[in-house]
Design a protein around this ligand. Structure first.
Ligand code: C2E
Ligand code: CA
Ligand code: CA
Ligand code: CA
Length: 277
């Protein structure tokens, strides 16, 4: 009897998840076809800890669905990948972020634009080609954008990842390994990857000020990065104490709510005009 209850509860949960997935796929298809106004981009500044200047902003997608409400990217990006919709999501992201970057350049700002890509994206050379063309059309260069790819994606198929990244690096693109520390990459592998930057995952940074073991992990990553001559970004910096620990430890760049939340292009312009950073 107890077992039956458990089974029913399990089945109901599976059905709920399955239905939610299906709804997201259906709604996302609609959005990509005829209602792109539900999608928007926000930008989160990253500051150079030596100079305190905004050196880059990270582009993050937002989806405010009329039918589903706010759907977090952590939820719908993975579903879009599995449903074969990520190409179109990425194409939309690239168009919008490059437009906004060109606007920021016209306002006199020189920071670069960090864009998140999924593995699917880097497996498609034609997408990178079209990205290069879009960049040129806007009067920008590949060095003006920085492409963030998660560590776990890279580990999945190392050989292919390395050969793709080498090819794109030759086109002038810069890469950062996102979520560093969560994907079990080996040292040998880090040595082979043509990346310029690693981003320490926010799970090691959020409690940095109070957590002794996080401090040790961050110190280890900073040492590792200096051996490989990589620049390090710490994401998820939420308080001043953590920022100071990172600065004193030799971390290059910081990003997080303490500096700024992700902002719309308009709000970022206003923030840039008024900030001490
Ligand atoms: P991510 O690339 O690791 O992005 C960092 C996430 O941490 C963002 O969540 C950001 O809003 C959040 N964050 C930044 N500073 C802080 C902080 O101080 N404290 C806390 N608690 N969180 C902070 P978001 O925007 O919800 O994005 C989640 C994930 O969705 C991203 O993780 C990325 O993997 C994916 N994503 C977002 N936008 C895109 C996109 O345009 N394309 C692709 N392929 N993936 C995207
Ligand atoms: Ca990222
Ligand atoms: Ca991350
Ligand atoms: Ca992530």
């Amino acid at each position: 009897k107890q077992h039956d209850h458990w089974l029913i509860a399990f089945r109901e949960e599976m059905e709920t998840k399955y239905l939610r997935r299906l709804t997201i796929i259906t709604e996302l298809k609609k959005v990509l076809t005829d209602n792109q106004s539900e999608l928007s981009m926000v930008y989160q500044p990253k500051i150079n800890l030596q100079t305190n200047n905004v050196c880059s902003v990270e582009a993050l997608i937002r989806w405010n669905s009329a039918n589903l409400g706010f759907v977090p990217p952590d939820e719908f990006i993975g579903i879009a990948e599995q449903a074969g919709l990520i190409e179109r999501v990425t194409a939309w992201v690239l168009d919008r972020t490059l437009d906004d970057l060109a606007d920021f350049r016209n306002q006199g700002y020189v920071f670069s634009m960090a864009i998140n890509l999924s593995t699917r994206d880097i497996q498609r050379p034609e997408m990178m080609q079209s990205l290069a063309e879009k960049i040129t059309r806007k009067g920008l260069t590949p060095a003006d954008v920085e492409l963030e790819i998660t560590e776990s994606d890279l580990v999945e198929d190392t050989a292919v990842a390395i050969s793709n990244l080498n090819q794109y690096q030759a086109m002038g693109f810069h890469f950062a390994i996102d979520d560093f520390g969560t994907g079990y990459s080996s040292l040998a592998y880090l040595k082979m990857l043509p990346v310029q930057t690693i981003k320490i995952d926010k799970s090691f940074v959020l409690k940095l000020a109070s957590d002794e073991s996080d401090q040790q992990i961050v110190r280890t990553v900073l040492n590792l990065a200096s051996v490989f001559k990589l620049s390090v970004v710490a994401e998820g910096v939420e308080d001043e104490l953590s920022l100071n620990i990172l600065k004193e430890g030799g971390c290059d760049i910081a990003q997080g709510y303490f500096i700024s939340r992700p902002l719309s292009a308009q709000a970022l312009s206003e923030w840039l005009a008024s900030t001490a950073f």
